[in-house]
Design a protein around this ligand. Structure first.
Ligand code: FAD
Ligand code: NAD
Length: 474
């Protein structure tokens, strides 16, 4: 007899929603999570709530206010005296938001009848799980279904191992107790740009070393180009094609050595954040003979419904293929809990939004113009600059644009790309449109309130057929 219907190993944004939905489906469910904060306390919520999405957004928000009050208020006729940074208060607020968010999960578990178990979970053969509790006591649990949701961990640079002081990962960089005078960021990916922006706004000189020649290659080309312009304006010293070869650490800082098109280079900084991607985390997760397969990069192999090669063992979130995003993991977790309950469920992998929470914000869903061009499908594009939006002008937030990429054969919306104010919120309309396979005409015929930023997306859709009203069609 199974003790549980479902055991979820991992309580991050993929695992905890899976457990909650399983509970809502009237299944007997336990969620095991081993996340420990730096003070040794246990907390549900995984990377996202404890050391990722939530604390980084708290710091982005606070640092943006600090930046705006100094650089953007005067034009509104708002004069402020001297502005002072109180980093301790800023950090305290971040920590409180994290605590509030992670404690909330305990309440949600209670409401859904989920048993939260804090400690380590290891999958054994035959749908058994070895659970080691906080005191090190081991217990064997069984379940009809097991969901692996162990998440990911930062990739370390062999030439620059983390030391928690001078060379840190993103978690370390969120919790600096003083603004570094000179900050080195390795990797101009999402973390590098978000955390680089935070510390630049708070006063650090920030140099970003990116191995690739191309900047933000995953984004639409027009967006990447516009974004780089704004990051440079903020003062991020982005060096492309820079391959880090090593570092000399001394009491006064770190000399980062790298090569680029010009040859050997170096730059001196006080602290370094290594943000070169994350790897699936499966330390002591799989026992002998489970039948679960792992690919050469360490991702647990799953099909489109997140089934592993072992019967009734599923895997979701950062542990499996696809973008490492909290909302992608959440939808996978919920889908699996519904499939286990015998319901129809699926994840639409074509409509996963990406958001970079910088200023201006960057967001997209679907294919870039470059990807559509490569596919050979005939297409059309429409753009609308925020400079032409009444609301954006009123907000003094005119940087960026909305861009729609659509098929010219059947008018299907293939991708939407936004750089500008509230891009991360605006993209939701495009995701919904794509989820319902909307045509460009559907978007054109949808009424948008005036004056709102969302009108920019409407006008971009109109511009795809050269019928924009508020902007000369090109
Ligand atoms: P995780 O969140 O990593 O959770 C896995 C959990 O499982 C952890 O608590 C771990 O301790 C636990 N665990 C692992 N192994 C075991 C085991 N054997 N037994 C018990 N427990 C175990 N994504 C976004 O969508 N938006 C953002 O704004 C965003 N910002 C980010 C900012 C930063 C700085 C970082 C680092 C990431 C950010 N991400 C963001 C990515 C997001 O955090 C991840 O995609 C998401 O957390 C993945 O969820 P998960 O549940 O798969 O894994
Ligand atoms: P990333 O994959 O976004 O970017 C890593 C960057 O580092 C790439 O540009 C890569 O070319 C570069 N790089 C790799 N090796 C390098 C080297 N040796 N030297 C210099 N540059 C190198 O990864 P990340 O920024 O670490 O983020 C990890 C994951 O977390 C991502 O998958 C991302 O989706 C997720 N995340 C999401 C958000 C968000 O949704 N807003 C925020 C933060 C993190």
């Amino acid at each position: 007899m199974s003790q549980y219907d479902v055991i979820v190993i991992g309580g991050g944004p993929a695992g905890y929603p899976c457990a909650i939905r399983a509970g809502q489906n009237k299944l007997k469910v336990a969620c095991i999570d081993e996340w420990q904060n730096k003070d040794g306390s246990y907390a549900f919520g995984g990377t996202c709530l404890n050391a990722g999405c939530i604390p980084s957004k708290a710091m982005l928000e606070s640092s943006e206010l600090f930046h705006r009050v100094q650089h953007e208020f005067a034009v509104h006729g708002v004069k402020v005296g001297s502005v002072e940074l109180d980093l301790a208060t800023m950090q305290k607020r971040r920590a409180q938001i994290v605590k509030q968010s992670t404690l909330g999960i305990a309440g949600l578990f209670k409401g859904a009848g989920v048993t939260g178990l804090q400690g380590h979970g290891k999958l054994l053969s035959g749908n058994r799980v070895e659970y080691t509790n906080k005191d090190g006591k081991k217990e064997e649990l069984t379940a009809k279904h097991i969901v692996l949701a162990a998440g990911s961990a930062p990739i370390e640079l062999r030439s620059l191992p983390f030391d928690g002081k001078q060379i840190v990962d993103s978690w370390g960089a969120l919790e600096f107790d003083a603004v570094p005078k000179r900050l080195g960021v390795i990797g101009a990916g999402i973390i590098g740009l978000e955390l680089g922006s935070v510390w630049r706004r708070l006063g650090a000189e920030v140099v970003v070393l990116e191995a690739l020649e191309a900047f933000l290659p995953a984004a639409d080309g027009a967006v990447s180009k516009e974004a780089l312009k704004h990051f440079k304006k903020l003062g991020l010293d982005v060096r492309l094609g820079a391959k880090v070869t090593g570092a000399d650490k001394g009491a006064s800082g770190v000399k980062l050595k790298y090569t680029d098109a010009k040859g050997e280079q170096s730059v001196e900084v006080d602290k370094v954040v290594v943000a070169i991607g994350r790897r699936p985390y499966s330390k002591d997760l799989l026992g002998e003979g489970t039948g679960v397969q792992v690919d050469e990069r360490g991702f647990v192999t799953v099909d489109h419904e997140c089934r592993t090669a072992a019967a009734n063992v599923w895997a979701v979130g950062d542990l499996v293929r696809g973008p490492m995003l909290a909302h992608k993991g959440k939808e996978e977790g919920v889908m699996v809990a519904d499939l286990i309950a015998g319901k129809i469920a699926e994840v639409n992998y074509k409509a996963i939004p990406s958001v970079i929470y910088t200023a201006p914000e960057i967001a997209w869903v679907g294919l870039t113009e470059e990807e559509v061009k490569k596919s050979g499908r005939p297409y059309k594009t429409g753009s609308f600059p925020f400079l032409a939006s009444g609301r954006a002008r009123a907000m003094e937030a005119t940087a960026g644009f909305c861009k729609v990429v659509s098929a010219s054969d059947d008018d299907e919306i293939l991708g939407v790309h936004i750089i500008g104010p509230m891009a991360g919120e605006l993209i939701a309309e495009a995701v919904l449109a794509m989820e319902y396979s909307a045509s460009t005409e559907d978007l054109q015929r949808t009424m948008h309130a005036h004056p709102t930023l969302s009108e920019a997306l409407h006008e971009a859709a109109l511009n795809a057929d050269k019928i924009a009203i508020d902007f000369p069609n090109k």
